[in-house]
Design a protein around this ligand. Structure first.
Ligand code: G1P
Length: 305
């Protein structure tokens, strides 16, 4: 069966980005001038997804408005002859069939996915997490769908992470087959460095079979007292084959300020309209910092003498 539906959980509190996230969902944080959620939705559409369900929490209005039409804005852009912008704005609202459902209580990622049960029905579906955006030649989700089309069962997007970071991710225990595919034997949510079976981490992209819903319905809260998707997948792998795909692409961890800043700088440098001036600016500040550091060193050396 073809993968046509995707679920995007966007109901977290975004505590790591307070105060911004007090009244704004963190999924609306922009990378240069595009909300991160739009990157995710574009990836889904470019991968062949036709229906998208966004699981929202509080503060969902700006998400709905962003992907809805804005007639006043369109008229204004038309009146002032800003056709390029007008096309861009129209594209956003024409992107796909986007549906919304509200997760009433923040009970964890597994619970958020469970909220998609009736929307998904009895089909395999994609999950894209907003904290991970991937810059790649072929959309990350498309890479996973191609693997799904071969194996016809759950496929999870993974990449190696530094050993000391395993406690931030779901980690797989797998057997390497070939072509960057692993057969998963087990998964564990945020293990300690000592307990981790590998440093191959789940990075926010999944194709999952609908059998997950029966498991999510019954599963007990796990790490941090939350219903964990990884725990449900761990149950699922006992009854169905499951694969991981080490996808191609530069992945940014937007759940983290450093990752967010790296994405901002690198996406700006990829833009023809920004690259030259921005690069000049970056070079200048690095030179200035280095020079000031040298001057400080010289000055402190002089003090010591
Ligand atoms: C979630 C998942 C985790 C996965 C991570 C990827 O964790 O539970 O398995 O590795 O996303 O970003 P979170 O970052 O939401 O705590």
């Amino acid at each position: 069966m073809k993968v046509k539906k995707a679920v995007i959980p966007a109901a977290g509190f975004g505590t790591r980005f307070l105060p911004y996230t007090k009244a704004q969902p963190k999924e609306m944080l922009p990378i240069v001038d595009k909300p991160t959620l739009q990157f995710i939705i574009e990836e889904a559409i470019d991968s062949g997804i036709e229906e998208i369900l966004i699981i929202t929490g509080r503060n969902k209005t700006s998400i709905e408005n962003h992907f809805d039409r804005s007639i006043e804005l369109e008229l204004e852009l038309e009146r002032t002859g800003k056709t390029e912008l007008l096309r861009e704005i129209r594209k956003i609202s024409d992107m796909a069939n986007i549906h919304y459902i509200r997760q009433k209580e923040p009970l964890g990622l597994g619970h958020a996915i469970y909220c998609a049960k009736s929307f998904i029905g009895d089909e395999p579906f994609a999950v894209l997490l907003g904290d991970d955006i991937v810059y790649s030649k072929k959309p990350c989700l498309k890479q996973l769908i191609e693997v799904y089309d071969v194996y016809k069962t759950t496929v999870i997007g993974v990449q190696e992470v530094p050993k000391e970071d395993v406690n931030k991710y779901g980690i797989i225990n797998g057997k390497y087959l070939d072509n960057n595919v692993y057969m998963i034997k087990d998964l564990i949510e945020k293990p300690s460095v000592e307990a981790a079976p590998s440093n191959i981490a789940i990075l926010g992209r999944y194709i999952i079979t609908p059998a997950i819903f029966d498991i999510l319905e019954k599963i007990k809260p796990g790490k941090h007292g939350e219903i964990q998707l990884t725990d449900a997948l761990r149950e699922l792998v006992k009854s169905e084959a499951m694969y991981a795909y080490d996808f191609e692409g530069r992945r940014y961890d937007l759940g983290d300020k450093q990752g967010f800043l790296e994405a901002t700088v690198e996406y700006a440098l990829r833009r023809n309209d920004l690259r030259d001036n921005f690069l000049k600016y970056l070079t200048e500040i690095v030179e200035r910092e280095t020079k000031e550091e040298l001057l400080d060193e010289i000055a402190s050396g002089a003090e010591e003498n």
